[in-house]
Write a protein that binds this ligand. Structure first.
Ligand code: NDP
Length: 240
C-alpha cells in the first residue's frame, strides 16, 4: 500500500511543488488549503490530488480534517507542515493582532497538524514530520519579529519531537528555505526583488521544486537516521 502524505497549504506555492513531488514519488497525497477555493480546484483538476479546506490555526477543525483524510486515504504516515503567512511590520508598529495571527497560523498550526496524528504514528512505529521553517527563523529579519519567532519555534519543535519520536520510528526535521520564487516573492516590486537576488551568493531565487526534493528525501526510508535536523536551502545566503 502506498504511504499517505499530508501537506498543509499544499495547493499553492512551495506546498504545491511538495504535493506534486510526493505524488510522483508514489505517495497518496492530501493537500490542505485555507480559503483560496479557485487555486485549490485548479490544482486538483491538474494533478488529481484531493484538497481539504481547514484553518490550521484551529485545533478542532484540524483534528476533524485529519480524521477525514485518514477515513479517505488511510493512516497518515508523512506530515508536511508547510502552511504559513506573513504579517510584516517594524516592531514598534506591529499590532497584537499581527503578532497573534502569525503565531496562531505558523506555530500553533504546526502543533494542531502534528498532535492529532502523533498517537497513530507511535502505535504504527513509523512517521515522518517535516516542517517548512525559514532562513528568517535562523537569522531574524527586519519587520518580521512575529514570523521569525514562529520559524525559530519550528526548530525547537522538531528537535523536541525528534527526541520523543526516535524510538517509535518517527523522525521530525525542518527545511529552512531562503527566498523561493513563489507568488509571495514575485509580488515584491522588481527593484526590491533585484536587491534581494543581489544578496544571494547563488545569484538567483530558489525554485519550489528544490524544496520539494528535500521533502521527498526526508520522507524516504533512506533518511531514517536523520532526526531533529535542519536542511538549509538558500543558495549560500546564510550558513549554519
Ligand atoms: P503561499 O502564500 O504561496 O501559500 C501558502 C499556503 O498556505 C496556501 O496554500 C494557503 O492556503 C495556506 N495557508 C495559509 N494560511 C493558512 C491557514 N490558516 N490554514 C490553512 N492553510 C493556510 O506561501 P509559500 O508557498 O511562499 O510558503 C510556504 C511555506 O514556506 C510557508 O510556511 C512560508 O513561511 C515558507 N517559506 C517561504 C519562503 C518563500 O520565499 N516563499 C521562504 C522561506 C519559507 P490558500 O491557498 O487557501 O490561501
Amino acid at each position: 500500500m502506498a504511504r499517505v502524505a499530508l501537506v498543509t497549504g499544499g495547493s499553492r506555492g512551495i506546498g504545491e511543488a511538495i504535493s506534486k513531488a510526493l505524488k510522483d514519488a508514489g505517495y497518496q497525497v492530501a493537500a490542505t488549503y485555507a480559503g483560496n477555493d479557485e487555486a485549490a480546484a485548479k490544482f486538483t483538476e491538474e494533478t488529481g490530488i484531493k484538497t481539504y479546506k481547514w484553518n490550521v490555526a484551529d485545533y478542532d477543525e484540524s483534528k476533524a480534517g485529519l480524521e477525514q483524510v485518514e477515513a479517505d486515504l488511510g493512516p497518515i504516515d508523512v506530515v508536511v507542515a508547510n502552511a504559513g503567512i506573513t504579517r510584516d511590520a517594524p516592531f514598534h508598529k506591529m499590532s497584537p493582532e499581527q503578532w497573534h495571527q502569525v503565531i496562531d497560523t505558523n506555530l500553533t498550526g504546526v502543533f494542531n497538524t502534528v498532535h492529532p496524528v502523533w498517537p497513530g504514528m507511535r502505535e504504527r512505529k513509523f512517521g515522518r514530520i517535516i516542517v517548512i521553517s525559514s532562513i528568517n527563523g535562523q537569522k531574524g529579519q527586519f519587520g518580521q519579529v512575529n514570523y521569525a519567532a514562529t520559524k525559530a519555534g519550528d526548530l525547537g519543535i522538531i528537535k523536541s519531537l525528534a527526541q520523543e519520536g526516535a524510538r517509535a520510528g518517527i523522525t521530525a526535521n525542518a527545511i529552512c528555505p531562503g527566498y523561493i520564487a513563489t507568488e509571495m516573492v514575485m509580488a515584491v516590486p522588481e527593484k526590491v526583488r533585484e536587491s534581494i537576488i543581489g544578496g544571494i551568493p547563488a545569484g538567483r531565487l530558489g525554485e519550489p521544486e528544490e524544496i520539494a526534493r528535500c521533502v521527498v528525501f526526508l520522507a524516504s526510508d533512506d533518511a531514517g537516521f536523520i532526526n531533529g535536523s535542519t536542511i538549509s536551502a538558500n543558495g549560500a545566503q546564510h550558513v549554519v
